[in-house]
Design a protein around this ligand. Structure first.
Ligand code: MG
Length: 309
């Protein structure tokens, strides 16, 4: 069984690797990925080319850094971590670009998020970066839900954007807590904690299906309620094999970097770093905040978790 530290590492690196595998295919429809890939070949990554992660992982790094710093989600610390790491060419969406640039120039994020995204974004941006919250608070599911909501609010304040983040963080926490994956317990817990009708319906429906059949049912686009349950299903359909879970995610088409990043975070948290093919980890970029940094960050997050436990 993987150690807790191996699971922290597996989560952060599993997300980054999957994000990098999906990134070149982002926005392409599933049929084109099938013809040009297919996904099975994409995850083998025979070329060994450097895998560059995108905004999903860059923001997850910010979440982990903010947790290490504050020991909880302090929204001001969090937004400053996002701003400090912000590289616009990592594939950020329009809203995030405008918000982070304006905060970098000294603006108040609380006012800006309302003027730039009135009513709140229901994109998957809160969910795509939330995995470290699931790691850090996995002993306390109420706390996971609460802190995940706080982390989403700074950019994704719509109830669906928040619920997507809560559920993805809970999926990570449950994946750690279960040494053997148990689908019915996993999905009934998620269902019980969903707060919006959209997610409640999806999580009620998925309990009646084989996860493999469910993958294609709940969307593949950038709305939280059209991607989060899909990514969770990709993991649930392959709880013992990381590459297969990522293959399912990439095979969906459209927002594949985020689908893969979310599935990769859950799978890595469940299986630990030792179950992620080393050729994939080695291919991950290793500049300033690349592979080595992600490993150190996971260790620091784990250390801080133990201090506070
Ligand atoms: Mg991305």
């Amino acid at each position: 069984m993987p150690s807790l530290l191996d699971r922290f590492r597996g989560c952060l690196l599993g997300q980054a690797v999957a994000d990098g595998l999906g990134a070149p295919w982002e926005g392409l429809p599933a049929d084109l990925i099938f013809v040009k890939g297919p996904a099975e070949k994409i995850v083998q990554h025979a070329s060994g080319e450097v895998l560059q992660y995108t905004d999903d992982t860059q923001m997850a790094i910010g979440v982990a850094e903010a947790l290490i710093k504050a020991g909880r989600i302090d929204q001001d610390v969090l937004i400053q971590a996002f701003v400090a790491n912000y590289e616009p060419d990592r594939g950020y969406g329009q809203g995030a670009r405008r918000l982070l640039s304006a905060v970098a120039e000294g603006g108040d994020w609380r006012e800006l998020v309302q003027s730039i995204l009135p009513g709140g974004s229901f994109g998957n941006g809160g969910a795509m970066r939330v995995a470290p919250v699931g790691l850090f608070f996995h002993n306390d599911l109420d706390r996971v839900a609460h802190e995940a909501a706080l982390s989403a609010e700074v950019t994704h304040a719509h109830p669906l954007g928040i619920d997507g983040a809560r559920l993805l963080a809970l999926a990570v926490a449950l994946a750690i807590r279960q040494s053997e994956f148990e689908a019915s317990m996993f999905f009934s817990e998620l269902h019980a904690r969903a707060e919006t009708e959209e997610f409640q319906w999806q999580l009620a429906t998925i309990q009646k299906l084989d996860p493999l059949d469910a993958i294609g049912m709940f969307g593949n686009s950038l709305e939280a309620h059209r991607s989060v349950v899909t990514a969770i299903a990709c993991f649930a359909a392959s709880p013992r094999d990381y590459s297969t879970a990522i293959r399912y995610a990439i095979g969906q088409g459209d927002d594949v970097d985020t689908l893969a990043a979310m599935a990769g975070a859950i799978s890595g948290a469940h299986l630990g770093i030792g179950q992620i093919p080393s050729r994939l980890v080695v291919a991950l970029e290793n500049d300033e905040k690349g592979r080595d940094y992600l490993g150190q960050l996971a260790s620091q997050l784990h250390e801080r978790f133990q201090e506070l436990a």
